[in-house]
Design a protein around this ligand. Structure first.
Ligand code: NDP
Length: 290
């Protein structure tokens, strides 16, 4: 069996960040202000803390101004909505990101809707969801699924006519991934927990995108030989040596039959932050044109 190709998300994300950095440098060389991103984190969540620090580090690398707002676990919804209202008005800020999950007493849906759609760099606001749904290029699109499309294109080039099966239908990954591949002229099938024949449908995929949050659920019986497999899952499992991260795909089983596969870590994960920087620059450019 041939060695499967690992899709190097770290390298591709680095390229994306370098491209953003190049465009930001052109702006600042022309005496324009840099794009600005506000990152709001409520409470102490060690995993969120790592994500936020990485996002801020990558912003710095790309020359994007980042402003961090760390609020206490007890922050009220009124205070958080007030801060978002201020950031919506702030001329230096082009993108606003509220790190999820939020503490239980805060209504996530209401809070995300408070972010101006023009600054919604996570692409979760119903306006952006709707724009994506009607194929309007002005949509700010969710970063992780946008990263999946970039990885697939790096591997295959033009995606026209490919059959994509997306396993998972969350609002954050599965549904927007399906929309984005549709916009690339793919045929798209969505598999979810109530699908009666998930593995059978998945075996028809030229490109299999898996976002279920179940460690190593997708084994070789789900994969057509020669398919490109994009594993979105990030799961921490216990091993005899401690813990380690695995995806939703059983890499050791699937890699020998796939044409190419994303590893976990080092596949889709790094693309999410690259997408955030891309969206911040896109939001900046749209605001500057208005
Ligand atoms: P959700 O829990 O929101 O959604 C999981 C989806 O998987 C649901 O649509 C569910 O179906 C479906 N599902 C569950 N079990 C099965 C099954 N047996 N067969 C088919 N479908 C199934 O998860 P997310 O979409 O938010 O995240 C998915 C994974 O991606 C997680 O591991 C998460 O950590 C990771 N992730 C990684 C990111 C990155 O940066 N790389 C970013 C975001 C997420 P149903 O709707 O019927 O319940």
């Amino acid at each position: 069996m041939n060695q499967p190709k690992r899709i190097d998300g770290r390298r591709i994300a680095d390229d994306q960040v370098n491209q953003v950095a190049h465009r930001v440098r052109a702006l600042t060389d022309a005496d324009k202000r840099p794009p600005g991103l506000a990152v709001v984190m409520v409470g102490d969540n060690p995993a969120s803390d790592v994500y936020v620090r990485n996002k801020i580090r990558r912003c710095e690398q790309a020359g994007i101004l980042s402003v961090e707002h760390r609020l206490s676990e007890q922050t009220t919804e009124t205070d958080l909505l007030g801060l978002l209202g201020d950031l919506n008005q702030d001329e230096q800020i082009d993108g606003i990101l509220v790190q999820l999950p939020l503490p239980k007493h805060l209504d996530e849906g209401r809070i995300l809707k408070q972010i101006s759609p023009a600054k919604d760099v996570d692409g979760f606001h119903p306006v952006n969801v709707g724009l994506l749904g009607i194929g309007d290029k002005r949509a700010l699109v969710p970063c992780t699924p946008a990263g999946c499309v970039i990885l697939a294109k790096e591997e295959l080039g033009d995606l026209t006519g490919k059959h994509v099966v997306v396993v998972g239908r969350s609002n954050i990954v599965g549904k927007p991934a399906a929309q984005l591949f549709l916009a690339e002229d793919c045929s798209v099938t969505i598999v979810h927990s109530r699908s009666s024949n998930g593995a059978e449908l998945a075996r028809q995929a030229d490109i299999l995108v898996v976002a279920v949050g179940r460690p190593q659920m997708v084994d070789a019986s789900w994969v057509k030989p020669g398919a490109v497999v994009i594993d979105v899952g990030i799961n921490r499992i216990s091993t005899e040596e401690g813990t380690r991260l695995v995806g939703d795909v059983d890499f050791d089983q699937v890699a020998p039959i796939a044409a190419a596969i994303t590893p976990v870590p080092g596949g889709v994960g790094p693309m999410t932050i690259a997408g955030l920087l891309n969206n911040t620059l896109t939001a900046y450019e749209a605001r500057e044109q208005d």
